[in-house]
Design a protein around this ligand. Structure first.
Ligand code: ADP
Ligand code: NA
Length: 336
């Protein structure tokens, strides 16, 4: 089993990024290690240029995201952790696969249609061909499994179609080059909402810093943000149904449950009937307990440019070595 997954580098990482994305990688890494599989995780910095972007922010965010991943438990000795740009085979294979991908296939990608909207003529060509780069990202490593959320299923289908057509068109029947990767649907990711408004998701783009728990927040900040989180005046219900129509309460109970590793029903069994005056300090303390080791490692590492660069350099070396045979075989198959 070989898992390949990428994440776009972003800064200002928060509890939503941790619970909704980063934590899944740590779980996959540990599952893979237990079953003799391996994980390739990369910072998708090449993908980031498909939308308008700030070059200085992109390189800073690539390091910031690397620091967060490592602080949260992605272990560069267990997984191959690297950024795409340092493995030129991604861009090279994309070009080779551009010969196989069909215009009609790409035109059907709903994410392109959503992101381009009415501006089809003014968005970048990269936004259009992005799914071919994604195909290259996984086919390059002969990935057997790729974790995909709902919004990425269509892109993985495209990668499978490209692999199949390339194998059919350019490889002997008994020696296909590319593995067609299977999707892994990650366990339902926690969707964490803003602390100021239970119906918007927690996001780095929210102008209010009080709306989110940042991975850089210290214990006092976490306690005070949780205590000031918006809630209603009712005590917590004893049953899940009682959270109906109470988005702020539901969000805080949900956060408690995932951080403690228990069900929401269990949280309500413990706190039902109690007011937020009792629940919020308990939630704050739980967050501090679980996040402070991450926070300490993150704050050390994010300022240690040499250490981050060394991690990425080592990861890129491993990734380049893993990618080389497939890239060479693809050139060869095409007569290049
Ligand atoms: P933001 O909304 O802060 O801009 P991004 O869009 O950069 O976050 O998301 C990076 C990753 O973190 C994605 O995989 C996304 O699904 C996950 N993520 C972001 N916000 C949340 C959230 N509030 N709850 C769960 N997952 C989230
Ligand atoms: Na976003």
């Amino acid at each position: 089993m070989r898992i390949v997954s990428g994440i776009q580098p972003t800064g200002n990482l928060h509890l939503g990024n941790y619970l909704g994305a980063i934590r899944n990688w740590v779980a996959m890494q540990n599952d893979a290690a237990a079953s003799g599989g391996e994980c390739f995780f990369f910072l998708a910095d090449l993908h980031a240029i498909s939308m308008p972007h700030d070059p200085a922010a992109l390189s800073a965010n690539t390091r910031e995201m690397t620091a967060a991943l490592v602080a949260c438990g992605v272990d560069p000795d267990k997984s191959t952790l690297f950024n795409q740009t340092q493995v030129p085979a991604h861009a090279e294979l994309q070009w080779l696969l551009n010969g196989t991908a069909r215009m009609g296939w790409l035109s059907r990608m709903t994410q392109f249609k959503d992101k381009a909207g009415k501006n089809r003529d003014s968005v970048s060509v990269a936004l259009y061909t992005y799914p071919v780069l994604q195909a290259a990202d996984v086919l390059l490593y002969q990935a057997t499994h790729v974790p995909v959320g709902e919004d990425q299923k269509q892109h993985l289908e495209l990668a499978r179609d490209i692999a199949q057509k390339f194998n059919n068109d350019f490889c002997p029947e008994d020696k296909p080059l590319f593995v067609q990767p299977a999707p892994i649907i990650p366990p339902e990711a926690a969707r964490i909402m803003s602390l100021r408004d239970g119906s918007n998701k927690m996001s780095k783009s929210d102008p209010s810093d009080m709306s989110r728990i940042n991975l850089t927040d210290d214990a006092d900040t976490i306690m005070s943000k949780v205590k000031k989180a918006k809630t209603d005046p009712e005590p917590l219900p004893s049953e899940i149904e009682g959270l109906e129509g109470r988005p702020e309460a539901r969000n805080l109970v949900g956060i408690y449950a995932v951080m403690a590793g228990v069900s929401q029903a269990q949280v309500l069994a413990d706190f039902g009937g109690k007011g937020f005056g009792a629940f919020k300090p308990a939630l704050g303390e739980l967050l501090v307990e679980k996040l402070s080791p991450i926070n300490a490692r993150f704050n050390d590492l994010r300022h240690d440019r040499d250490a981050l660069d060394a991690i990425l350099r080592k990861g890129a070396q491993k990734a380049r070595a893993a990618a080389a045979p497939t890239l060479a075989a693809a050139y060869d198959a095409l007569g290049l």
